[in-house]
Design a protein around this ligand. Structure first.
Ligand code: PEP
Ligand code: MN
Length: 245
């Protein structure tokens, strides 16, 4: 039976009102299901762009109002969850916060979907256990997201663990999404790894897209253009028609 693979796309970060609305409109045209855009950015280097914060959420909400696309953004603290849980459609918990059990427990009391990224070197069982901090409460709507685990070769940012997909499908009832962007760290790998993830049976993809990658304030190397996303969406449809998982 043909399965619909959900496509979440958008820039690494909301950079300005104009930027997120412009990109959201292009993504809407392509038929994506949801808009991503980081406003609180967990940057490895404290001197890197940290996101627009509260102002960025306003722009993301405006992009939703204009395009009708639901929105997902990362929240990093209990205070941010209290402030914004009811204003966004999915709360993203980043790889760096997968082990932040106080934050996960806070999410357990909301009736709001959470996309829980796999920790940078978390085992499958640590990741599934982290999800239980949320689902042990009233919040049963968790999506697990494989985003690559730390490897040893600096030619890629992380290593996309395709095996996570069949493992999660066998050992958890939660949907499994894949973020090829933070795994690859290179834009030229996103098409092929997206198709591999769909062939392996993932339920959705989250892909970083920027219409002007050279100008992106974060993760520009891995950003693909809307044109490149269009080809991925077409090819994903073809793969999902032939796989039965
Ligand atoms: C992101 O998706 O914006 C992000 C920071 O990803 P990760 O938590 O997987 O590094
Ligand atoms: Mn990013």
């Amino acid at each position: 039976m043909k399965k619909k693979v959900m496509i979440i796309a958008g820039p690494c970060a909301v950079e300005s009102r104009e930027q997120i609305i412009r990109i959201a409109k292009e993504l809407k045209e392509l038929g994506v299901d949801m808009l991503r855009g980081g406003v609180f950015k967990p940057r490895t280097n404290p001197d890197s762009f940290q996101g627009l914060g509260d102002e960025g959420i306003k722009y993301l909400i405006e992009a939703k109002e204009i395009t009708g696309l639901p929105i997902i953004t990362e929240l990093m603290s209990i205070e941010q969850v209290k402030m914004y849980a009811d204003k966004i459609d999915i709360i993203q918990i980043g790889a760096r916060n997968m082990y932040n059990y106080e934050l996960l427990k806070e999410l357990s009391i909301y009736n709001k979907p959470v996309l829980l990224k796999r920790g940078i070197s978390a085992t499958y069982d640590e990741w599934i256990n982290a999800s239980k901090y949320i689902t042990n409460g009233i919040n049963k709507r968790v999506i697990l997201c494989e985003r690559g685990i730390r490897g040893f070769d600096s030619n890629t940012r992380n290593v996309l663990d395709i095996q996570a997909i069949p493992y999660i499908k066998k050992h958890s009832n939660l949907p499994i999404f894949v973020d090829p962007s933070h795994a690859a760290g290179n834009n030229y790998m996103i098409h092929d790894t997206s198709l591999a993830a769909v062939a392996a049976g993932c339920d959705g993809l989250m892909i970083e897209v920027h219409d002007r990658p050279d100008e992106a304030l974060s993760d520009k190397e891995q950003a693909i253009t809307p044109g490149e996303l269009k080809k991925i969406i077409n090819d994903v449809k073809k793969i999902s028609e032939i796989v039965d998982n």
